[in-house]
Design a protein around this ligand. Sequence first.
Ligand code: IPM
Ligand code: MG
Length: 347
Amino acid sequence: MNKTIAVIEGDDAAPEAVRPVVRLLDSLQLGLTWVYPEVGDAAASTFPDSARAVIDAADTTLFGSTSGKSGAALGYLRWGKETFANVRPCRYLPGCASPLRHPEGIDFVIVRENLEDLYVGAEGPLTDLAALNLVGRTIRKPVHELGDGRYAIKAITREGTERVVSFAFDLAAKRDGKRKLTCATKHNMLRATDGLFLEVAREISADYPDIEFESFIVDDFACRMIREPERFDVVVMPNQYGDILSDAAGGLLGSLGLAASGCFGADYAYFEPAHGTAPDIAGRNIINPTATILSTTMMLDYLGLETAAARIEDALARVYADGSALTPDQGGTATTTEFCAALARAL
Ligand code: IPM
Ligand code: MG
């Protein structure tokens, strides 16, 4: 089976994680071909048509992480390819530096709606809203009279919610987990937008009678996620909460260095660590490649290479259990290269 993967190494420290991981996967001889669309600094424009063509022709894309230079490519992979479901697993690996006393049993997945909500990017000066004469429900005066300021649009659509919630239910049904879907929204305040998200989730839950459905107000959920994370299986939420809480979920495992991510659309998916580009450690060869590795195992699953994915996850678990080759974010002293060498040996 030959699969083509477009690789965008990303910015700052991200390539230091992506390169050794690609080398490692390559050494497993899984029939993977790597192609490198030229984006960011390397290309004439930040996202030329030729890069888009490489991404379109590939079976999937592995994306490092962007601090801006490869941002246009990320925009294409999300909004261009309509990868509406951002899947962010949070699973305890024995040996990782979780700050919790009892992290055993943490194994949940945040499914973040990936395109809508406040991230539609419609912002502007409040005075632009004068013609609409919009009166708030709480502050009872027209929003354009609030003062010198700006607005952002939070857009939640029925269709956008249906597809991400259905995706989350399907994931809960597929997982060897607690067969439960949790929905987190701020429907008490945002009655129209988050209210719609919850309403749609409830409706769809009727199609999945053997998956338990529960709903929490998102601030309450945040507390529960820290206090009793082991009770969750799949959690679905609007874009911004998912962005914030998936980083918080990474904190449950000790660092964002463990936070993998995959973005799925109807006919394309791409994979990226959930962490940023870590500019503070760029050039030091100490970035934890685990998030990238776990993103690639999600990618291998997507490509139908489940056996290889399981083998890598198994080896990774042994590296953590052994503990002698962990990176500084996990309390170790190993470099990225040493970590990857330990993983290669475990494989
Ligand atoms: C993430 C990141 C991105 C997001 C940024 C880089 C646009 O924070 O993947 O979570 O907000 O989605
Ligand atoms: Mg984020």
